[in-house]
Ligand binder design. Structure first.
Ligand code: AMP
Length: 191
């Protein structure tokens, strides 16, 4: 199973990604988590990424693509993977196409979590209090939502034209959303 999870910042992607990946026995690959791990370890990749993350901007495609390529090449991703937060730009879509094609598989579905924009800002501000993420200040949250709308939302159409989009309402309790996701994924044939 090769899945992409899309949705604006604060849509609950990380939480749902863990359940779905666990269910299918595949790794959840979150580019945001990998960047954050590099930031806290102070690696050169982390130092580079932090400049962009703190401003709510995207890390350059070359950096992100190489990181995902290396992660997907690891043995645990051979049976499949769930991508959380990637691809986010058209260049990343094209790069991912190449990576998946090389393995002789294809993307099975693109799960899109839909949420109310204002509710998302509130959710993120609340997360800022509990998790203390450097990019969860109100200004940066609004910038991240803008960048998402400009660069990433249009990708839904790209995948929809390929017949891959599965839309799921991301509002409500975690287990309700989880239930909706599993119901929506039930009918997806696996490559
Ligand atoms: P996330 O945890 O997915 O919200 O990602 C946090 C931050 O990491 C984003 O605001 C970006 O700065 C960076 N990031 C994560 N994934 C990507 C990506 N696919 N392309 C570029 N930047 C990314």
């Amino acid at each position: 199973m090769r899945l992409i999870l899309m949705g604006p910042p604060g849509a609950g992607k990380g939480t749902q990604a863990a359940y779905v990946a666990d269910h299918f026995g595949i790794p959840a690959i979150s580019t945001g988590d990998i960047f954050r791990a590099n930031v806290s370890e102070g690696t050169p990749l982390g130092v580079e990424a932090k400049r962009y993350m703190d401003a709510g901007e995207y890390v350059p495609d070359e950096v992100t693509n190489l990181m995902v390529r290396n992660r997907i090449d690891e043995p645990d991703a051979e049976p499949g993977f769930l991508l959380d937060g990637y691809p986010r730009t058209l260049a990343q879509v094209e790069e991912l196409d190449g990576m998946v094609e090389k393995t002789g598989h294809r993307i099975d579905a693109v799960l899109c979590l839909t949420v109310d924009k204002e509710a998302v800002v509130e959710r993120l501000l609340k997360r800022a209090e509990t998790d203390g993420r450097a990019d969860d200040t109100e200004d940066v949250i609004r910038r991240r939502l803008e960048v998402y709308a400009e660069e990433t939302e249009p990708l839904i159409k790209v995948y929809d034209d390929r017949g891959l989009v599965v839309e799921v309402d991301g509002m409500g309790a975690i287990d309700e959303v989880q239930q909706r996701i599993f119901e929506a994924l039930d009918d997806i044939p696996q490559s």
